[in-house]
Design a protein around this ligand. Structure first.
Ligand SMILES: [Zn+2]
Length: 261
């Protein structure tokens, strides 16, 4: 999440209710002669493969789940958030959520299809995240999957560059993360998705019972720790703007509540 790693894929089945059928309705129409058709299932398969490879590589390098206590905390928090997600996002109750921590220094936390999450231990340590702040980080990553962000990203890429349908799907997936033209074209959407994941994650964590004040300190820490809090990166909005948007949202909620009293 907070910095640059864009690899998050999502996993869905088309038969899991309205929330998902809306996504499936957006499935790209295959061009005649193309090798594949974008669907949530296809995205899921690709994500699952990539996650397994990544987990294997980290394990071989002794960089996976090196802190037993952290692994237990991650699993406990994710289970609590996943219970809430199953209520708020119909169909996600079937997902095989999975979470690990990585000691790799050059990658931030990220999530992939169907809730395959990787949490950066260096990031957790650098921000000295307490239980609730860690829940905010995990909820943000879960929201990316729950809000179908990778599917949306793939759809936009194919809308802009339909010729990718004539390449192998695996090549397309790699390009989404690595190809300069695609990465640049999708940057604005990616930043919008970060705001959405902040808000979606915040709502999920609040409903799961975490206190708002402590959830917000996660974003305060992000801003404080950033060398350039008012500037966006290639993949993420400015930390100061993320914090401000959430503060604005809380203010709107408070105003709504006052109106209803
Ligand atoms: Zn994110």
């Amino acid at each position: 999440m907070p910095s640059t790693f864009p690899m998050r894929r999502l996993f869905l089945k088309c038969s899991l209710g309205l929330w998902i059928s809306e996504a499936c309705a957006k499935t790209i129409t295959t061009q005649s002669g193309s090798k594949w058709q974008l669907s949530p299932q296809l995205v899921a398969q690709g994500a699952s493969k990539k996650y397994r490879v990544k987990v294997g590589e980290l394990q071989q390098a002794y960089l996976l789940d090196t802190d037993v206590q952290l692994t237990e905390r991650l699993q406990r928090i994710m289970a609590k958030l996943a219970n809430q997600a199953a209520i708020d996002y119909r169909g996600s109750g079937h997902w095989q959520w999975e979470i690990h921590s990585s000691d790799q220094h050059d990658e931030s936390s990220y999530s992939m299809a169907g809730g395959k999450i990787m949490i950066s231990k260096p990031q957790v340590n650098a921000l000295a995240l307490n239980e609730t702040e860690l829940a905010m980080l995990i909820a943000h990553e879960m929201a990316h999957s729950l809000l179908l962000h990778n599917f949306a990203e793939d759809q936009e890429a194919l809308r802009l560059f339909p010729a990718w349908l004539n390449q192998d799907f695996e090549e397309f997936e790699t390009a989404i993360d690595d190809d300069d033209t695609l990465v640049t074209a999708l940057a604005a959407l990616g930043k919008q998705q970060e705001f959405e994941a902040d808000l979606g994650g915040m709502e999920l964590a609040l409903k799961a019972g975490y206190p708002a004040k402590n959830l917000m300190t996660f974003f305060e820490k992000l801003k404080k720790r950033s060398a350039y809090p008012n500037f966006e990166s290639r993949s993420h909005p400015a930390p100061a703007e993320r914090l401000q948007r959430l503060r604005d949202w809380f203010q709107q909620q408070a105003q709504k509540n006052n109106l209803h009293q």
